[in-house]
Design a protein around this ligand. Structure first.
Ligand code: GAP
Length: 444
């Protein structure tokens, strides 16, 4: 994990937020490469979960949330973690994550055993809304994106004219005042979720739970996460939310242990019923064919963007060996991102920076590829070093413009370049004009 955290900082994937002021605990900023990686993940999720389906539409709900919404959903009263204080060092700790020695719970900071009784700590962030300091004018930063989907269910149903089963998807920020943010970005106080609420008839719930679990495992495989590091936990009834008839956690084997990436839950009609009761508005569905009116049930695949980015980074990290400039083998750090997820798809190198014709041609290749993918031009240092820099950030393809490209080694090679594959390190000679089709065909 140390190597991964250090690479993330060194190469600009993830930085501690407000670092120059000592950092803001549990809050992270994504650097240039992290932003690309995160965007690729979110775009691919949106592509397969919304755009490629007739039965799912999108929503982009507000972060600031009316307290009544979160009262009805149960968050205001029960969205808590058990907290204890260490009387010795004054640390605030999650009661369910305490270390134990000889059956006695201890403070992980100072080893102290003088701990308070556990009490519930609500994880929601509040903020005053408007100019008055009236306690009645507080709003919450949403703790999940799901609630705006339930609250807008009727509006979306009316405008989209969808028939059951259909879903509403959303990607966006969520906030939880975690007692102990930890494991890099894994448990943060500000994070993003990718959630789908898939509404259905009650009798379809269990089958759709199995369907969405399969779809979501397929998704992780398609973004390049190895199946052997993914695990499915069938959450036992006593650990599920009381309204859920079935929940699966999709877990990933992080270097710090097996932890949840996503929950796929059959939530019955609990959320819509709660909002019906609290708002007094109807959130039901009229089935034209059977002439029945009822409150739909819902199956919810709910994934964390930041946790998936972290899993992508952990899964991609590899070390092998490659020859240096003098042919001596050295350790190579290589991020084996699936090309679909890689922040930069193709790097373009003129063999030498001081040969104007090579530089001009390489710039032409950059301009040719730019409309098709995220490319990066690099002319600094020996070519081997430049390859290594791209391997370390997971760029799957490298194009080198050399003297053959200029026609100096025979006319038949003019306007051809070498195309290098990150994983095999093999190079093939290809015509520049073929690159805009060839590289995307290897990315999809
Ligand atoms: N709407 C259901 C819901 O929010 P959840 O299991 O509390 O369920 C869903 O959260 C996902 O959101 C988790 O599987 C995880 O990927 C992500 N998530 C939750 N809390 C997080 C945190 N503190 N930091 C980063 N990601 C988090």
């Amino acid at each position: 994990m140390e190597k991964i955290v250090s690479l993330c900082k060194r190469r600009g994937f993830i930085f501690q937020s407000s670092e120059i002021y000592g950092g803001l605990n549990g809050v992270w900023d994504y650097g240039p490469l992290g932003t690309e990686l995160k965007n690729n993940l979110k775009q691919y999720w949106w592509q397969v979960m919304v755009r490629e389906r007739d039965d799912v539409v999108g929503l982009d709900g507000a972060i600031l949330t009316h307290p009544a919404v979160l009262k009805a959903s149960g968050h205001a009263d029960t969205f808590t973690d058990p907290m204890v204080d260490c009387r010795t060092c004054k640390a605030r700790l999650r009661a369910d994550q305490l270390a134990e020695k000889n059956g006695v719970k201890q403070c992980p900071n100072c080893g102290g055993k003088d701990l308070t009784e556990a009490r519930p700590f609500n994880l929601m962030f509040q903020t005053p809304m408007g100019a008055s300091a009236d306690p009645a004018s507080i709003a919450y930063l949403r703790p999940e994106t799901a609630q705006s989907i339930f609250v807008q269910f009727k509006n979306v149903l009316d405008v989209s004219r969808k028939k059951l089963p259909f879903g509403i998807a959303q990607i966006g920020k969520a906030f939880r005042n975690e007692i102990n943010p930890r494991n890099f970005t894994f448990r943060s106080r500000e994070f993003e979720q990718m959630e789908l609420e898939y509404f259905c008839r009650p009798e379809q719930g269990m089958d759709l739970l199995a369907y969405w679990l399969k779809e979501r495992i397929k998704f992780y495989e398609e973004i390049g996460i190895s199946r052997k590091r993914l695990h499915i936990l069938d959450v036992p009834e006593k650990e599920r939310a009381f309204y859920s008839r079935g929940t699966f956690d999709i877990e990933y084997e992080f270097p710090f242990g097996r932890q949840e990436l996503e929950g796929v839950a059959y939530r019955t009609d609990y959320d819509l019923q709660q909002h019906i009761k609290a708002s007094g508005k109807s959130l039901d569905y009229f089935d034209e064919e059977t002439k029945e009116r009822f409150v739909p049930h819902v199956v919810e695949p709910s994934a964390g963007v930041d946790r998936t980015v972290l899993a992508l980074i952990c899964d991609a990290y590899d070390e092998d060996s490659a020859p240096d400039e003098k042919g001596k083998m050295e350790t190579r750090i290589v991020m084996r991102f699936h090309p679909r997820m890689a922040p930069i798809k193709c790097a373009i190198f003129p063999l030498l920076r001081n040969k104007a014709a090579l530089v001009a041609k390489a710039r032409e290749v950059q301009a040719l590829l730019r409309p098709h993918m995220n490319v990066f031009y690099d002319e600094g240092g020996a070519i081997g070093r430049r390859y290594r820099r791209q391997d370390e950030i997971g760029t799957p393809f490298g194009v080198t413009v050399d003297f053959e490209t200029l026609g100096e080694k025979g006319e038949e090679l003019r306007d051809t370049v070498t195309l290098r594959d990150r994983d095999s390190m093999k190079q093939e000679r290809v015509a520049i004009k073929d690159l805009p089709q060839l590289i995307p065909s290897k990315i999809r």
